[in-house]
Design a protein around this ligand. Structure first.
Ligand code: COI
Length: 353
C-alpha cells in the first residue's frame, strides 16, 4: 500500500477540549482515494483539508449514491492512541456499499491507511474525559452525469473531528418521540445501510420531535408501523422484567457496532438478553405493569445514552425517575473503560495506532 502525503503548510489552532460539541471542528488533513471503472481504487493520499470542487452535475448531488461510517480514536491516560472496532466499521462500510452498488475497498489497506492518517493527526485527539477523535469515512459517487444508474467513478474520503458528547444532555436521559406518521426505512430498502438517504428521511419527523420538546425520534417498522426499530442516530435497548431486549435485525435496522458490543457484554455478565420483534404497544403495556426499568440507546456517537421519556401519540412513558439506570451505567462505564484503556480489552476490539 502506498500513500502519498502532502502536509499542510500551516496547521490550524487546536480547540479547547472542554467545549468540543459534536462534528463542527475538523483537523488539518484529509485522506482520499479515487475509483475509476477499469482501474479500480487508486491514488490513496493524505492532503491538507480543503474544499473539493466538483461539477454540479456530480451524481451524488442528485441521486445520493453514497455511504459513510462513524468510529472513534481515543487517547488513553498513558498517551496511547486506540481505535474501537475499526475493522467492524470498515466491513460495514463495504456491506453498505454493496447495497448501493458502490465498489468495495480493500479492508486491510483501508485500516492501514486510516491508522497512518490518525497517527499523522494524533495531536488532534483530545484527552479530557468523554472526548475522542470522531472518524468519518465516506464514499460518494462522482460521475458528472444525470442519468439514473450507478456511477462509474467514486471518491473515498476520511475526515476527522475532535468531539465531546453527541447529545447536549451528555450522559443524562434524553427524551424520545415515537412517530406514527413517518417511516425511516422499509424492509428490502436501505435501512440497514449507512447511507445519507436514511438520515434525510429522518429529518421531517426529527424537526417535529424538537418542536414538541423531544431530542430524537424512535422509528417503528415501515410496513405495519408497530414494531420498534431504532432511533436513527442510535439503536435502542430496553430492560424489561430484568431482561435486556433490543429489536432483532430485520434488514431495515442499522447493525450497530455498539449494539453488538452491548449484546456481547450483557450476555457475558449472565443477564438474560434477547434480540426480538417488539411492538410499541407491548412496550407501553410492560411499562404500565411496572416492568420497564430502563431504556437506552447505543451508537458510536451516542455511546450509551439513557432515555428518560418516550412519547407515543397521547401516551407518555417516564423511565427511571429521570435517573440513569444501573445497566446503562455499567455499560457506559465498561465500554468507555475499554475504549480509554482503563480495563483490559478481552474481545479484540481495540487497535492501537
Ligand atoms: C455514529 O454514531 O457514528 C453515527 O454515524 C450517527 C450519526 C447520526 C452521528
Amino acid at each position: 500500500m502506498e500513500i502519498r502525503i502532502k502536509k499542510a503548510d500551516k496547521l490550524m489552532e487546536r480547540p479547547d477540549d472542554s467545549n468540543l460539541g459534536f462534528g463542527s471542528i475538523f483537523t488539518d488533513h484529509m485522506l482520499l482515494m479515487n475509483y475509476t471503472k477499469g482501474k479500480g481504487w487508486h491514488d490513496l493520499r493524505i492532503e491538507p483539508n480543503a474544499p473539493v470542487a466538483m461539477p454540479l452535475s456530480t451524481m451524488v448531488y442528485h441521486y445520493g449514491q453514497a455511504v459513510f461510517e462513524g468510529l472513534k480514536a481515543f487517547r488513553t491516560s498513558s498517551g496511547e492512541i486506540r481505535l474501537f472496532r475499526p475493522k467492524d466499521n470498515i466491513a460495514r462500510l463495504n456491506r453498505s456499499s454493496r447495497s448501493l452498488c458502490i465498489p468495495e475497498i480493500d479492508e486491510k489497506e483501508a485500516l492501514e491507511a486510516l491508522t497512518e492518517f490518525i497517527r499523522l493527526e494524533k495531536d488532534w485527539i483530545p484527552s479530557a474525559t468523554g472526548t475522542s477523535l470522531y472518524v468519518r469515512p465516506t464514499i460518494i459517487s462522482t460521475d458528472a452525469y444525470l442519468g439514473v444508474r450507478a456511477s462509474h467513478s467514486y471518491l473515498y474520503f476520511v475526515i476527522l473531528s475532535p468531539v465531546g458528547a453527541y447529545y447536549s444532555e451528555g450522559f443524562n436521559p434524553v427524551k424520545i418521540w415515537v412517530t406514527k406518521d413517518h417511516v425511516r426505512a422499509v424492509r428490502g430498502g436501505l435501512g440497514e445501510a449507512k447511507t445519507p438517504a436514511n438520515y434525510a428521511a429522518s429529518l421531517y419527523a426529527g424537526e417535529e420531535a424538537v418542536k414538541n420538546g423531544y431530542t430524537q425520534v424512535l422509528w417503528l417498522d415501515g410496513v405495519e408501523q408497530k414494531y420498534i426499530e431504532e432511533v436513527g442516530s442510535m439503536n435502542i435497548f430496553f430492560v424489561i422484567d430484568g431482561e435486556v431486549v433490543t429489536p432483532m435485525l430485520n434488514r431495515s435496522i442499522l447493525p450497530g457496532i455498539t449494539r453488538d458490543s452491548v449484546l456481547k457484554l450483557t450476555t457475558e455478565w449472565g443477564m438474560p438478553v434477547s434480540e426480538k420483534k417488539i411492538t410499541i404497544d407491548e412496550l407501553f403495556e410492560a411499562h404500565e405493569n411496572g416492568k420497564v426499568s430502563e431504556v437506552f440507546g447505543t451508537g458510536t456517537a451516542a455511546v450509551i445514552s439513557p432515555v428518560g421519556e418516550l412519547k407515543y401519540g397521547d401516551k407518555v412513558m417516564y423511565i427511571g425517575d429521570g435517573k440513569v439506570g444501573p445497566v446503562a451505567e455499567k455499560l457506559f462505564k465498561t465500554v468507555t473503560d475499554i475504549q480509554y484503556g482503563n480495563i483490559e480489552d478481552t474481545h479484540g476490539w481495540i487497535e492501537t495506532v
